[in-house]
Write a protein that binds this ligand. Structure first.
Ligand SMILES: NC(=O)c1ccc[n+]([C@@H]2O[C@H](COP(=O)([O-])OP(=O)(O)OC[C@H]3O[C@@H](n4cnc5c(N)ncnc54)[C@H](OP(=O)(O)O)[C@@H]3O)[C@@H](O)[C@H]2O)c1
Length: 317
């Protein structure tokens, strides 16, 4: 065995492999870290003399509303999408007082139906006084009561609603709005993904499946822009971990607010070579802790954590 190590050819290849591996690891780590510290490039989408508009779906609460506040604070006009007209009008009126120099508009469409309600948005976008340069596909959720259920116990209608809200609505909307964004670039198309979509969390199975779909949809769209030679739209899916919001009140270590989540995601927008980008450094720590464990240990840990949620919901009725 020791004879092998005196072989200079073997030593050369071992050293070269080690050096290349180290370089690869250092480059990847540096690129990963750079995403968290580099200055925001969001301003590059605020370029229209006639006014640059951002559209946020599921904008009346939670993370979506966080995006609305951040985008207004950064000088965009904002179109809020939601399903509840009264709630949207109330928010529009409050926001208009705070951001009196910008335009704020609303559009109502129920994303849970197997229909073409997304067309209400594309029609509204056509009438905007200015250019749509940012689209945030945020609308989504778990859509079952109780929230955490074994897959076999989830009603068929809830499965359909989850699929419609989380992926069908966005897929059609993206199809309709790509030409608009493309002609008014530089533009940003951001989809809100989830750590659930890479971890496969038990008791919210359909939800996790829909989020994995959104991640791959984004990757495919980004690859398609390259294939088609389109450089006017940046595409990204943000990996989001536990965020306190209207429907998620589950507190755990490293949880952040909806506004913090939106601010952190927007800071990472723009000319990213990756399609899937961590929304906040706290999500990375929370997820990597689980992902670095041996697979079976991670499964058991995740299972027992989620069972606690199932039991807690049962107790609270
Ligand atoms: N919170 C988290 O920990 C977390 C983690 C990972 C990913 N995410 C993702 O982040 C996104 C936002 O989640 P969130 O926690 O902020 O949710 P949220 O607080 O429940 O807010 C959801 C928003 O979507 C709207 N909405 C829900 N169903 C709709 C429908 N059928 N049609 C039209 N609008 C509808 C809601 O309107 P109303 O105001 O009328 O209810 C609300 O504005 C989702 O895509 C979610 O999957 C969240």
């Amino acid at each position: 065995m020791s004879g092998l190590w005196t072989n200079s050819t073997l030593q050369f290849w071992t050293a070269l492999t080690g050096t290349l591996f180290s370089l690869y690891a250092v480059t990847n780590t540096a690129r990963f870290a750079w995403n968290f510290v580099r200055p925001s490039r969001l301003h590059q989408y605020r370029h229209a003399d006639s006014g640059s508009w951002a559209l946020v779906t599921g904008a009346s609460d939670g993370i979506g509303f966080g995006f609305v506040q951040e985008l207004l604070a950064q000088g965009f006009n904002v179109l809020l999408h939601g399903r509840n007209r009264t709630k949207l009008e109330g928010l529009q009126s409050d926001l208009q007082k705070e951001f009196s120099d910008q335009k704020i508009d609303i559009v109502v469409a129920d994303a849970s139906q197997y229909d073409d309600s997304y067309k209400a948005i594309t029609e509204k976008v056509r009438t905007l006084p200015g250019k749509l340069t940012v689209l945030v596909n945020n609308v989504g959720g778990i859509h079952t009561t109780p929230t955490y259920l074994p897959h076999q116990d989830v009603p068929h209608d809830d499965i359909d609603a989850c699929i419609n809200v989380n992926l069908r609505f966005a897929t059609h909307l993206i199809k309709d709005l790509i030409p608009v964004l493309r002609s008014k670039g530089p533009a940003l198309l951001a989809n809100i993904g989830s750590v659930g979509g890479i971890m496969g969390v038990p008791y919210i199975t359909t939800y996790c499946g829909t989020k994995a779909y959104m991640h791959v949809l984004t990757e495919s769209l980004k690859n398609e822009t390259v294939a088609e030679g389109i450089d006017s739209i940046d595409m990204v899916a943000f990996l989001v971990g536990n965020v306190s919001s209207h429907t998620n009140t589950f507190d755990m270590p490293l949880t952040i607010t909806s506004r913090q989540c939106a601010a952190s995601c927007l800071a990472k927008a723009g000319k990213n070579s990756e399609a899937l980008v961590w929304g906040h450094w706290k999500f990375v720590i929370a997820a990597y802790f689980t992902m670095m464990l041996p697979k079976m240990t991670a499964r058991r840990l995740l299972g027992s954590e989620m069972r606690k949620r199932v039991e807690a919901e049962k107790k609270s009725g």
